[in-house]
Write a protein that binds this ligand. Structure first.
Ligand code: ADE
Ligand code: ZN
Length: 340
């Protein structure tokens, strides 16, 4: 098992499902609160961590939206993104596709420009300094209205050079993908790729809607698709990638014991599953901690680990040429590892 840990720790990795606001560590939260004269309802970093005890998605989201309230200036968004990049550089992540939630900020009076400029500046530096390539995916908050999503899409149009795709996140139950069919059609028309959280808490029907109505290019979570054999077959046939987030599933009570996590089953069925951290500051870890959470409990082999890494590259939104480079880098890692 120690061998496998060394293997996935050193392995060059791709991350495809990570909310940048979910990478806000309590230490930085306090620093930004002090800088912006914001009073937090917590006295210490330990108190914050103690509050991270969620029984479902909404429990988490309430605290997540509260936490992001310390992000005010462009520098704050830069610092947040830079901290994430520094962390994942230490974990050998070489490519990352980051979600951001503009409505979580514009609704508090922080401009879309402030948010995207700060994040993008850090991502550019991440490429220069760490060699980490990246893509940005703008999520619509599904508990808000279709009109609000359209207004957000409108703001994104003047930053199309910085945004690769649109996504759908926040409270899933009661907010089916169908609510955003027209917004996603407009986003696709404008040239954005599309992803959506579906089947995290919501039923298999929401996954069908994400496929049929939103025309997604990648499925975020998708765990509950396993309840429907025909849907599983369809995901396999369509080569639809799933961005699976083990520690998130554990902390949001979708999975009470890691030995019951569906990740290995997904791979064994032939689904194109990938491994991701979702909200690493809230769920106890980044990429390597997510590997650690599943490898031993699920009895995963080196082949499973490599399948996750290769699927992550294949399912990314980068160019065909870069995907080949990343696959070659991974092959070289395996060869070096075995030679050592
Ligand atoms: N926003 C941030 N993390 C999320 C998650 N796991 N599900 C839905 N919305 C989110
Ligand atoms: Zn997510």
């Amino acid at each position: 098992m120690q061998d496998l840990k060394a293997f996935y720790t050193g392995m060059p990795k791709t991350e495809l499902h990570m909310h940048i606001e979910g990478s806000l560590e309590p230490e930085l939260m306090f620093e930004l609160a002090a800088r912006n004269n914001i009073k937090l309802p917590f006295a210490t970093v330990e108190d914050v961590r103690k509050a991270y005890d969620f029984s479902n998605l909404q429990d988490f989201l309430d605290i997540y939206y509260q936490g992001m309230g310390v992000l005010i200036t462009e520098q704050d968004f830069y610092d947040l993104t830079w901290a994430y990049l520094t962390k994942i550089h230490g974990q050998n992540v070489v490519h990352t596709e980051i979600f951001f939630d503009p409505q979580g900020h514009t609704d508090r009076g922080v401009s879309f420009e402030t948010v995207i400029t700060g994040i993008s500046r850090a991502l550019e530096e991440g490429l220069e300094t760490y060699g980490i390539s990246s893509r940005l995916i703008m999520c619509f908050l599904r508990h808000l209205s279709e009109d609000a999503a359209f207004a957000t899409l409108e703001q994104a149009l003047s930053h199309k050079d910085k945004i690769t795709g649109v996504g759908l996140d926040s409270s899933e139950q009661g907010h089916p993908p169908s609510k955003f069919e027209r917004v996603f059609a407009a986003a696709k028309e404008a040239g954005f790729l599309a992803v959506a959280h579906a089947g995290e808490e919501g039923p298999p029907d929401y996954v069908y809607e994400a496929l049929d109505l939103l025309k997604i290019d990648r499925l975020d979570h998708g765990n509950r698709a396993l309840e429907d054999d025909a849907l599983v077959q369809r995901l396999i046939t369509e080569n639809m990638a799933l961005t699976v987030c083990p520690l998130s599933n554990y902390h949001l009570a979708g999975v009470s014991d890691m030995r019951q996590h569906p990740l290995r089953k997904m791979l064994d069925l032939g689904l194109k599953a990938t491994l991701n951290s979702d909200d690493p500051a809230y769920f106890g870890g980044y990429m390597n901690e997510n590997f650690e959470a599943v490898v031993e409990p699920l009895g995963m082999t080196r082949e499973h680990i490599l399948a996750l890494a290769r699927n992550g590259i294949d399912a990314s939104f980068t160019s065909v040429v870069q995907k080949q480079e990343l696959q070659d880098q991974l092959s070289a890692y395996v060869a070096d590892y075995d030679a050592a």
